[in-house]
Design a protein around this ligand. Structure first.
Ligand code: HEC
Length: 157
C-alpha cells in the first residue's frame, strides 16, 4: 500500500472512532428560564430575539443543528456552549447576585450594540439570528432599562 493510502485509511478510522465519543448535550428540562424572564420581563419581540439568537449558547437549553451529529463538529459546538455559558447563563440567573446581574446586562447592551453578539460563526448558519439594527436597539433598550432593577442609578448613566 502506498503511504498516501495508508494515511487516508488511518484518518478514516480516527474519524469513525470519533463518532463514538459524544459530548454531553446541553438540554435541561423544566422551567429554568422563569426567574430571568420574570425579573427582567422582556417585551415580546425581545423575548423572541433572545430565544433565537442567544439561548443556544447562554442557557441550559441548546437546540442543536443536524450536523451536531458529526464529530468533530459536535466537540466544537459543545466548546462554544460551555464557553458561552461560563460567561453568561440566563438559566443561572438565580445564582447571580444583583451586582453581577447588573454587570451582565451592561455587557449585553455593549456586545449587542457593537454587533459582537451573537457570534459570527453562529449567524453564518443561523439566518434567524442575524439581527437588524432595530432588533439590536430593542435588545439594548430592554437590557439598559433592566439594569436599574439591580442598580437604581445604572440606567441613568
Ligand atoms: C454561538 C454561541 C453564542 C451565541 C449564539 C451568543 N453568544 Fe454571547 N458569548 C459566546 C461566547 C463563547 C462568549 C465568551 C467569549 C467571547 O466573549 O467571545 C460570549 C460572551 C458574551 C457576553 C460577555 C459576557 C462576559 O462576561 O464577558 C455577553 C454579554 C453575551 N455573550 C451576550 C450574548 C447575547 C445577548 C446574545 C444574543 C443576542 C449572544 N451572546 C449570543 C457565545 C455565544
Amino acid at each position: 500500500m502506498k503511504i498516501g493510502k495508508k494515511i487516508a485509511w488511518a484518518l478514516l478510522i480516527v474519524f469513525i472512532g470519533m463518532q463514538f465519543i459524544r459530548p454531553e448535550k446541553n438540554e435541561a428540562t423544566g422551567d429554568h428560564m422563569a426567574v430571568f424572564l420574570q425579573e427582567t420581563n422582556p417585551p415580546e419581540d425581545v423575548r423572541g430575539i433572545l430565544k433565537t439568537a442567544c439561548y443556544d449558547c447562554h442557557s441550559n437549553q441548546t437546540e442543536y443543528p443536524w450536523y451536531n451529529a458529526v464529530a468533530p463538529v459536535s466537540y466544537w459546538l459543545a466548546d462554544h456552549v460551555k464557553d458561552g455559558k461560563r460567561h453568561l447563563n440566563f438559566s443561572a440567573w438565580t445564582s447571580y447576585d444583583a451586582k453581577k446581574k447588573e454587570h451582565k446586562l451592561e455587557e449585553v447592551v455593549e456586545t449587542v450594540k457593537e454587533g459582537e453578539m451573537p457570534l459570527k460563526e453562529y449567524t453564518w448558519t443561523h439566518e434567524g439570528a442575524r439581527l437588524t439594527r432595530e432588533q439590536r436597539e430593542a435588545v439594548a433598550a430592554w437590557a439598559q432599562q433592566s439594569r436599574s432593577l439591580y442598580e437604581p442609578a445604572a440606567s441613568q448613566e
